[in-house]
Design a protein around this ligand. Structure first.
Ligand code: FAD
Length: 489
């Protein structure tokens, strides 16, 4: 039987693309090598603490993300940021926490910025367009806003939330929305104001949220949506053109290996479209015979390692009021970590009554060597560094550590050019597509939005209108406790 669309990889990129396609009535099957959906996104429970191995939250301002949340039944499962967390976002400065705001009025009156820095930021609308495709984040931000904004805000943001290095990160690939504002309006400040006004008109508000039970709820809910067949323990191993395939009506044959079976069962499946939502190195291997040049470029994409450390304390052990989301650390502070999120302030029910959950991110492009540290050293050095900042007395009562060897792709070097070249090479194999966090942004928001863009392209090729098609009756029967291969009903 020929499936219309096969997706390799059941992380948020694969799942959201599948959801958009299934909404238009397309038959979609996902092959996931793991025994559960979600890829990097995984919530774990320990001693009453609810912890995230990767994405801790979704920061959304895009209507298409709000649409997916509403229509997939996730709205009622949302867990919004608490009022306590809304109060502040902190930045470490000379060992102390400073509340920061990027709101222009607050910047003007804040002691966190020098007078010279404030005036330079205010001059942004008058800076002429410039830059090139290969400009780095540091060059772009310094050119538009001055050095102070780079050092105090953009550097900690890029290293803390993207595990990247602003001196190496490609501005167009990393800050695509900002570089586009410059191209379109000549000024980021003016462009951002126009966009804010348009967003208000569209009714989509900026919101920070997770889900009841954590981020795993998001991926589990998507995996069980009508129209999506989610197959676990199924690893794609090779791909070739299927017999009878033509350029006008392409058909591909995907080969896989059922990991749940001790007898190593080989599986094959034909499809008109195959979407690769796997890490770049895996996609490179799978595409090597079809598109050697795309494979070479994919193989060259670097990833940063990250270690996520969860520590639980009694409330009485911490002096700080923890009235915010947490804090980021600029390079100049020389801490072993890039950021610290106050999870039990951010969302309800993340720690037992009277306890605190702090999540610290270490490593990234700034400190890849931390991946080699022993676990005891990571805990010891992190807690020692946190003690004077937050006024912590004593040791944590709970410690959980998770290491990601290839946590996040680094959009370093001539990245925008690399992505364009990959897309161009792949376009000579109609029916082959990529939806993964090394193209179009790493955040969960961007993954959902990119899924919609790719699904619209495929629907166009198939002459299917997203609005008129009916939803397929194929159902996924994946359940959280079910680790077996799935079937359509
Ligand atoms: C520590 C950390 C913190 C983060 N925090 C945030 C945050 O707070 N907010 C936010 O928005 N984003 C955050 N992110 C980013 C976000 O979580 C990731 O970018 C996103 O989850 C990646 O999704 P993906 O589907 O592209 O890739 P993955 O999640 O890596 O999924 C790829 C999937 O492919 C599967 N696979 C691999 N090989 C095969 C094969 N041969 N056959 C079949 N399947 C295969 C894998 O098992 C995996 O499930 C964070 C990331 C990390 C690492």
């Amino acid at each position: 039987m020929t499936k219309k669309v096969l997706i390799v990889g059941g992380g948020i990129s694969g799942l959201s693309t599948a959801w958009w396609l299934s909404q238009a009535g397309m038959e979609v099957e996902i092959w996931e090598r793991d025994k559960r959906p979600g890829g990097k996104i995984k919530t774990t429970e320990h001693d009453g603490y609810t912890m995230e191995q990767a994405a801790a939250l979704l920061l959304n301002f895009r209507p298409e993300v709000a649409e997916l949340i509403a229509k997939s039944g996730l709205e009622k499962l949302k867990s919004s940021r608490t009022q306590l967390a809304e109060q502040n976002r902190y930045l470490l400065s000379n060992g102390k926490l400073n509340s920061i705001s990027m709101n222009m009025q607050s910047v003007l009156f804040s002691k966190s910025w020098s007078m010279r820095g404030r005036l330079r930021m205010l001059a942004e609308p008058f800076i002429p367009r410039g830059g090139s495709e290969n400009e780095t984040v540091s060059e772009f931000i310094t050119r538009r806003f001055g050095r102070e904004l780079l050092e105090k805000a953009m550097d900690p943001f890029v290293s803390g939330t993207l595990a990247s290095d602003p001196d190496l990160a490609n501005a167009e690939a990393t800050l695509g929305r900002l570089t586009a504002l410059e191209k379109r309006y000549g000024s980021l400040t003016a462009g951002a104001m126009i966009h804010k006004f348009n967003r208000k008109k569209s009714g989509c508000i900026t919101e920070t949220f997770s889900f009841k039970g954590g981020m795993s709820t998001l991926v589990e809910q998507l995996a069980r949506q009508s129209g999506i067949t989610f197959r676990t323990n199924l690893e794609a191993t090779a791909i070739e053109r299927a017999p009878g395939s033509t350029n006008n009506s392409p058909k591909w044959r995907l080969f896989g290996h059922d990991r749940s079976s001790p007898q190593s069962i080989e599986i094959e499946q034909d499809a008109h479209h195959i979407i690769f939502s796997t890490p770049a190195a895996v996609t490179a291997t799978l595409l090597s015979s079809i598109s050697p040049e795309a494979s070479r470029l994919l193989d060259g994409i670097e990833y940063a390692p990250l270690t996520v450390l969860h520590t639980g304390f009694d409330r009485g052990q911490i002096d700080h009021s923890l009235d915010g989301t947490g804090f980021l650390t600029p390079k100049s502070e020389n801490t072993p970590f890039n950021g610290n999120i106050w999870m039990s302030s951010l969302f309800n029910n993340r720690a037992p009554e009277g306890k605190i959950l702090l999540t610290t991110y270490l490593g990234g492009a700034r400190h890849p060597e931390i991946q080699q540290w022993k676990s005891e050293e990571i805990v010891e050095r992190t807690v020692s560094a946190l003690k004077p900042i937050l006024g912590i007395n004593g040791a944590p009562e709970m410690v959980t550590l998770h290491r990601h060897q290839d946590a996040l792709p680094l959009y370093h070097g001539r990245y925008a050019a690399r992505v364009k070249q990959i897309k161009s090479n792949i376009s000579s194999s109609p029916g082959i597509h990529i939806a993964a966090n090394y193209i179009g942004g790493v955040s969960v928001r961007d993954r959902i939005a990119q899924g919609q863009i790719l699904s619209a392209e495929i629907l166009k090729q198939e002459n299917i209108s997203p609005s008129t098609a009916s939803v397929s009756t194929i159902r996924s029967i994946w359940r959280p406790s079910d680790h077996s291969v799935l079937h359509t009903s």
